[in-house]
Write a protein that binds this ligand. Structure first.
Ligand SMILES: Cc1cc2nc3c(=O)[nH]c(=O)nc-3n(C[C@H](O)[C@H](O)[C@H](O)COP(=O)(O)OP(=O)(O)OC[C@H]3O[C@@H](n4cnc5c(N)ncnc54)[C@H](O)[C@@H]3O)c2cc1C
Length: 231
């Protein structure tokens, strides 16, 4: 399923022994070539635990080894070797409370989408806020779903930060995320929000350092780094 020009979601049928997953976890995908060469990469689970099908969302990196195959070569019915679900720290469950604050850059929105869907499916005892940095509106993954949630659910606050291009009528944040935007989205440190930051390394490092400078306790900030470059 095409999400954007460079991003595709894969819907997977898992074996009956699949144990289920927690929102925020990932799997390792291993590809094996005919000559036995293997390559393995991690992909976050985009679906919520209560969703019927397991979904991964992959961004194609032009010079990449694994992502171009998953986005452009894989066909319906093909088998994939998966290991997981993996990860016990970058997860959110209703019992953890909140406010739930999700900060994502690029494909870093994938595990946050799982958390947000999990939140939306539950009793929603805490508010949820997502700040999502993307190059342009056309590169916003899950755009309809996220903006639909923002429009229909007063406990959900979804904000975009568009770094390169934006339509004339766009009224949200332009440019990279910055401390004042983070302060707005994360709210008062005294409310002790539980904050999840995910994206490219530089994005995660800047955002988490600023959150600490803003007074948020480091132990309330959970991070997941996807790769080497910035958005
Ligand atoms: C826990 C975890 C979860 C992840 N979840 C997702 C996910 O849900 N969706 C997703 O698309 N990716 C995700 N990633 C990133 C993914 O694992 C791969 O790193 C990515 O798909 C690139 O693999 P590749 O084989 O195509 O590129 P490679 O052959 O590994 O690298 C090609 C080039 O791209 C650079 N590069 C590598 N990774 C990245 C990156 N993430 N961003 C920018 N440049 C990069 C390399 O330095 C190199 O120059 C996750 C990573 C981790 C650690």
């Amino acid at each position: 399923m095409l999400e954007t020009a460079r991003v595709t979601s894969l819907i997977l049928e898992v074996p009956p022994a699949w144990p289920g997953h927690r929102a925020g976890q990932h799997v390792d995908v291993r590809l094996t070539a005919e000559d036995g060469y293997q390559a393995q990469r991690s992909y976050s689970i985009a679906s919520a635990p209560e969703d019927e099908r397991l979904m991964l969302t992959v961004e194609r990196l032009e010079d990449g080894e694994v992502s171009p195959y998953l986005v452009s070569e894989l066909r319906p019915g093909d088998e994939l070797e998966l290991r997981g679900p993996i990860g016990g720290f970058f997860v959110w469950e209703e019992s953890f409370g909140g406010p739930l604050v999700l900060i994502g850059g690029g494909a870093g929105v994938v595990p946050l989408r799982s958390m947000l869907r999990h939140w939306a499916a539950g009793p929603r005892e805490v508010p949820a806020r997502l700040l999502y940095s993307s190059r342009s509106l056309t590169e916003v993954i899950y755009r309809e779903e996220l903006l639909g949630l923002e429009a229909s659910d007063e406990l959900a606050d979804v904000r975009l930060a568009l770094t390169r291009e934006w339509p004339e009528e766009y009224t949200g944040h332009t440019g990279r995320i910055d401390p004042s935007l983070l302060a707005e989205v994360a709210g008062e440190p005294e409310a002790r929000p539980l904050i999840y930051v995910c994206g490219p390394n530089g994005f995660v490092e800047s955002a988490s350092a600023w959150l600490v400078e803003l007074g948020h306790a480091a132990e309330r900030i959970r991070t997941e780094r996807f790769g080497p470059t910035g958005t």
